[in-house]
Design a protein around this ligand. Structure first.
Ligand code: NAD
Length: 337
């Protein structure tokens, strides 16, 4: 049984905690919180032991009448691996604490690649994490692009990928984010950091990315153009992507016209928090002109990295191979619509 702790019970941390708790070969030892806000109740309802993320935070929990199982240090001593889900940049500050406790750590995509020995995506880069002490699961956008470009490169060869990312302004719970009345180039310079980040997973795939921020909270949307080395057939591309467990081809006949309907579809399917763990590729958008492939995909930023974190735990702590780990994770969570 792999003993796991989650440091930072926010948007990603609460989802990773639930996913870990669902694995028969893992035990969720506990989660940390920085303050006794509403997330405390969510953890308590699920029976998760709560630890203080920051040592001087314990008083605030006591004042709020919240019982703690201990501090972050106590949690680190009790686990085989910690999943850092702290805000962007805080993970890097937490790294020396993990090292001091000799606890292997998984970081998230908000950290620079240099925080870890390797970046991780189960589809493109599983073995690199084998036995590592520090691994970074790449961001939601990089995860989705890696899942898409890996099979295309294996089958046709990617000469050049060009992707425009229309990013959600903030997560639904982030009341302080924006824009609220504009679409903003972010960054205004091209390429954005996403392309180089994909190359942390797929070093030989040429990819340029440009990014904008839009006044939506539900999902990111990618407009993708890939020039392939060999001329594909659009039906064969469709079948190739349909065979990928973590890609959902949104069927034309379903009448799903955007992120709102997609999230509704996920909620109707009984998904926890309406989560979509898969890339959502619009089936009718898959178009081929010569060697140029075009498609749109939507990415649920709060969810797609969650199964990847579960696989990263196995890659670091066991000898289970990639296919077996992905199959187990998919089966236990119900990945694959
Ligand atoms: P979040 O703000 O929702 O959650 C972070 C949690 O960490 C909060 O509960 C916060 O109280 C807690 N925290 C604060 N200080 C801490 C500390 N010192 N130690 C431990 N925990 C602390 O953030 P998030 O959206 O879950 O993002 C977490 C990481 O995941 C970031 O690196 C982010 O870039 C990455 N990520 C986020 C998304 C997304 O869309 N939300 C997608 C993919 C990756």
């Amino acid at each position: 049984m792999i003993r796991v702790g989650v440091n930072g019970y926010g948007t990603i941390g609460k989802r990773v905690a639930d996913a870990v708790a669902a694995q028969p070969d893992m035990k969720l030892v506990g989660v940390t919180k920085a303050s006794p806000d509403y997330g405390v109740e969510a953890a308590a309802r699920r029976g998760y032991d709560l630890y203080a993320a920051v040592d001087d935070g314990a008083e605030a929990f006591a004042a709020a009448g919240v019982d703690l199982a201990g501090t972050l240090g106590d949690l680190l001593e009790a686990v085989d691996v910690v999943v850092d889900c702290a805000p962007s940049g805080v993970g890097e500050r937490n790294a020396p604490v993990y090292e001091a406790h000799d606890t292997p750590a998984i970081f998230q995509g908000g950290e620079d690649a240099a925080v870890a020995e390797t970046s991780f995506n189960a589809r493109g880069r599983f073995e690199a994490a084998r036995g590592a002490d520090a691994v970074r699961v790449v961001s939601c956008n990089t995860t989705a692009l890696s899942r898409l470009l890996a099979p295309l490169d294996e089958t046709y060869g990617v000469e050049k990928a060009r992707v425009t990312l229309v990013r959600r302004g903030g997560d639904p719970s982030e009341t302080n984010r924006g824009p609220i009345n504009d679409i903003v180039p972010d960054p205004a310079t091209v390429p954005s950091h996403h392309g180089p980040d994909v190359n942390e997973i797929l070093p030989d795939v040429p990819v340029d990315t440009a990014a904008l921020k839009a006044p939506v909270t539900g999902m990111h949307t990618h407009s993708v153009n890939v020039t392939l080395e060999t001329e594909p057939d659009s039906t064969a591309v469709r079948d190739l992507l349909a065979d990928e467990d973590r890609i959902f081809l949104v069927p034309e006949a379903a009448g799903i016209d955007g992120a709102g309907a997609l999230k509704e579809y996920a909620a109707d399917a009984g998904r926890p928090r309406g989560d979509l763990w898969e890339n959502c590729v619009w089936e009718e958008s898959i178009s081929v002109t010569g060697r140029d492939l075009y498609l749109f995909q939507n990415v649920h930023q709060e969810a797609d990295v969650v199964p990847e974190n579960v696989d990263a735990i196995r890659a670091m702590t066991t000898d289970v191979d990639a296919a077996e780990s992905v199959a187990r994770t998919n089966e236990t969570l119900g990945v694959g619509l």
